[in-house]
Design a protein around this ligand. Structure first.
Ligand code: ZN
Length: 387
């Protein structure tokens, strides 16, 4: 048992380790591509491996299929297939601990069998090369959500961190959402422009998710969701999965970064120097550099309790049925006290201390995600014969 779970109450421990805990967004896939990396052994860097997932009681994890949105066309498809293969091979070579799952029922079975459920999400519509056949092939290989964009616009949808080019979703973009409904893939609206979100919400026949977004009312970043968006998402049964990235949690951190563009530039240059084009290295060195800047007093120290504030804000807004966890582990700078997945039982402990019911905490830990998956599966079934 990790030190962090020793600090929590026996009641929290019992609740946490008997719940199905789901994390809808992890970027560990980039590490899988590094020769020699073994998810089965404990690492001193990064946030995810099997020993630490066990310690943290993680029951299901969505591995992100990701590359920069500037990679497009056939190359993006090829690289996506390589990542899907790396995840499937990881499961095959660690079958004692991991099992590939594509439905909520399979996740429940994995949990009953004492295994960690592995799922896949494609993080960015640029990876389908504007081709519904490619989208369907990803679904066939087990991908269960797609984020409609990453950080730049793709060919058919606007991103929240780019200049609008499509006024939300294009007609083809709407076709993509309909096809995802037919294929039983969750529509993920993290990263998308607000207009893209509302367009997708109007089209999707199944509840949608934000796989890794936080609350804009607490941190004014375009990647976070406004209260109106969270309410609209919830009104159609969807779930916002809170992102632990300090830049989406803390206004103070965001302001410090904005007021010091030189620091950001220096850090980017240093990352390039240490890592070249290796994206796995870039992600981890980025984290080291932020921690160095915090130690030097150049950035504020954001602690893990900020995650609880965002969960609580969303719950107060729309109730406990529409909030979940989407850490962004191995893809972003984590707050102090939430450096890795072994520390997530602290979330359960904190919510109990806040007076949340055990039933509500189970929902936030994973049951809400499982419910959305079931609804998405049912929608696909009902559309099975449709054109
Ligand atoms: Zn992301």
């Amino acid at each position: 048992m990790s030190k962090s779970s020793d600090e929590i109450s026996p009641r929290a421990k019992k609740l946490h380790f008997s719940s199905i805990v789901v994390d809808t967004h992890d970027d560990t896939t980039q590490r899988l591509l590094t020769p020699g990396f073994d998810i089965g052994v404990r690492h001193t860097d990064g946030s995810i491996d099997i020993p630490r997932m066990r310690e943290g009681g993680l029951g299901a994890i969505f591995f992100s299929i990701w590359m920069s949105g500037t990679v497009t066309g056939p190359e993006a498809v090829k690289r996506s297939l390589d990542q899907i293969d790396a995840i499937r091979e990881m499961v095959r070579t660690h079958a004692k601990d991991l099992v590939l799952c594509t439905t909520a029922a399979e996740i429940r079975r994995a949990h009953a069998d004492g295994k960690i459920a592995v799922l896949m999400g494609v993080e960015g519509g640029h990876m389908i090369d504007s081709d519904l056949a490619v989208l369907r092939s990803y679904a066939g290989l087990g991908v269960r959500y797609m984020t409609l964009t990453h950080s730049v616009n793709d060919e058919w949808a606007d991103s929240s961190t780019d200049k609008p080019a499509h006024n939300g979703l294009t007609d083809f973009g709407k076709e993509v959402v309909r096809e995802m409904n037919r294929q039983g893939m969750m529509v993920d609206i993290s990263h998308v422009a607000d207009k893209t979100f509302y367009d997708a919400l109007a089209i999707s026949q199944a509840p949608m998710i934000a796989s890794h977004s936080s609350c804009r009312a607490l941190c004014d970043h375009p990647r976070d969701m406004t209260d109106d968006m969270i309410k609209a998402l919830a009104s159609k049964g969807g779930v916002i999965h809170i992102n632990y990235y300090v830049g989406f949690l803390s206004q103070e951190y965001r302001d410090a970064m904005k007021s010091n563009p030189e620091l950001d530039k220096q850090m980017q240059a240093e990352i390039e120097k240490r890592c070249g084009k290796n994206e796995d290295c870039q992600l981890r060195e980025g984290d080291n550099l932020v921690r160095e800047a915090v130690a030097a007093g150049k950035l504020p120290r954001v602690t893990w309790e900020a995650i609880i504030q965002h969960i609580d804000h969303a719950v107060k807004l729309v109730g406990a049925d529409h909030v979940g966890l989407g850490s962004d582990f191995d893809g972003a700078n984590m707050p102090y006290g939430m450096e890795d997945v072994s520390m997530i039982p602290k979330i359960t402990d904190a919510l109990l201390k806040k007076g949340y019911s055990e039933a509500d905490i189970r929902k936030i830990l994973g049951e809400n995600t499982l419910r959305v998956m079931e609804q998405v599966e049912a929608t696909a079934k009902s559309l099975a014969q449709s054109k």
